[in-house]
Write a protein that binds this ligand. Structure first.
Ligand code: URA
Length: 434
């Protein structure tokens, strides 16, 4: 087989066979296929697309390119949740203890990644002492004892995807639905979950800017999961404005803890309750979404979810006094209120601009070696549909460096669309795909 022939075939719009896709994945992973040929194939895929069978072959080949974790030593049905990512998405931090408190094991391997803020692991490290490093045996043991563990990837999961994703990032080939679906699902399948709940984001702050594409991505991922024997469901959810109010690492941890305490912003709380209900449903823990909702609301209101969170934090070395009093968490030196220059209804808050503003403050990584400032970020004071008076704060900027703050303010100003009409609020959840 020759890589040249694969590129030509795809360029001409033909479908690749299972053997050809396996050849590409093996050769690119072991370095015998060079970046320039892999890039050419990815660009051909970008324009010519892949059919369902090719997407499935690619997913399986990437899944088996490294370790495939066996979680069978954990009792019960393991349900994983994956979000395609967005601004202010701290869902795992609240969701995992909620689901565990309902009796369903949560064995979560999370990432750091490039982004407007850090990933779940960086956020959790805002709690002093919290350690995400553990062996697979410790990980399994913690889930069996406490029903919850969140760890960095101990195993070498889907290395082919890691290499291809990095190449896509620099060759303008990320936003192809089949490539995204196979990338996400190869990692989920390799990490050993029995069932998967996908949170596919749509809107200004998401990969999928329009809802139609988000539904297509959701359905490709559900098809892959189901064909691989995993009960999979996707929710298409709103990422036009940031989720919740906080964007920034320790600020998001605080908001997630507030939510476990029964407080927290309404949209974030609602998303956590809904996702948790679906996770319980796939785990066979309840028999309807309504029953799930009741159970989830109960573990929040009784404080059980918060207790599970504290036990989990302590088991991974974190100091729970920061959970009990979140004001102790790493905070920035200064806070700047961004005031509105007019009165009116907030029609849009462009999530991507808010995210970029947080990045300018130092909340995220621009390159994989960037050091994150866990204390900085943005807390929205108004959300879409709220009325703001001229001079009232739209948001509070938590910062340590004046120059960074000035840049972040300029960026954040561009995130708002304010006018006299009260906008029709778009839904938090657009629908589910099963
Ligand atoms: N997240 C992934 O893991 N892969 C993609 O291709 C896009 C988002």
């Amino acid at each position: 087989m020759r890589m040249y022939d694969l590129i030509l075939k795809k360029r001409n719009g033909e479908a690749l066979s299972k053997a050809e896709i396996q050849y590409f994945i093996d050769g690119y992973t072991d370095g015998t296929i060079p970046d320039y040929q892999a890039s050419a194939l990815l660009m051909a895929i970008y324009f010519q697309k892949m059919n369902e069978a090719e997407t499935a072959f690619l997913t399986e080949a990437m899944m088996h390119s490294g370790d495939v974790i066996d979680l069978s030593a954990i009792d019960g049905i393991k349900v994983d949740k994956h979000s395609t990512g967005g601004v202010g998405d701290k869902t795992t931090i609240a969701l995992a203890p909620i689901v565990a408190a309902c009796g369903v094991p949560v064995a979560k391997m999370s990432g750091r990644g490039l982004g407007h803020t850090g990933g779940t692991l960086d956020k959790l490290e805002s709690i002093p002492g919290f350690d995400v490093h553990m062996s697979i045996d410790q990980f399994i043991n913690n889930v069996n004892r406490l029903k919850i563990a969140v760890a960095g990837q101990t195993a070498d999961l889907a290395p082919a995807d890691k290499k291809i994703y990095a190449l896509r990032d620099v060759t303008a080939t990320v936003d192809n639905i089949s490539l995204i679906a196979s990338s996400v699902m190869s990692k989920k399948l390799a990490s050993g979950a029995d069932a998967i709940v996908l949170d596919v984001k749509t809107g200004n702050g998401a990969f999928m800017k329009n809802t139609e594409d988000a539904f297509k991505l959701a359905s490709e991922m559900v098809t892959i999961g189901s064909n691989m024997g995993r009960n999979t469901i996707a929710l298409v959810t709103n990422m036009d404005e940031p989720l919740g109010n906080a964007v920034g690492n320790s600020l998001e941890v605080k908001e997630a803890i507030d939510t476990l305490k029964g407080e927290g912003p309404e949209d974030f709380r609602e998303l956590c309750i809904t996702l948790a209900s679906y996770m319980l449903l796939l785990a066979g823990n309840i028999d309807s979404i309504e029953a799930g909702r009741e159970k989830v609301e109960n573990v929040i209101s009784t404080g059980k979810a918060l207790e599970v969170f504290k036990t989990f934090v302590a088991a991974q070395g974190g100091d729970i006094k920061y959970v009990e009093d979140t004001n102790l968490l790493n905070s920035s030196k200064k806070i700047y209120p961004l005031q509105s220059d007019k009165s009116g209804y907030i029609n849009r808050i462009y999530a991507e601009e808010v995210g970029l503003s947080a990045l300018l403050l130092g909340a995220g990584r621009e390159t994989k070696d960037s050091i994150i400032d866990l204390s900085v970020g943005i807390v929205l004071n108004k959300k879409v549909g709220d009325y703001v008076e001229k001079g009232e704060p739209l948001a509070f900027i938590h910062y340590n460096d004046e120059d960074k703050k000035d840049n972040a303010v300029e960026k954040l100003k561009t995130a708002y669309l304010i006018n006299e009409d009260n906008p029709a609020k778009s839904p938090l959840i657009f629908g589910t795909v099963t």
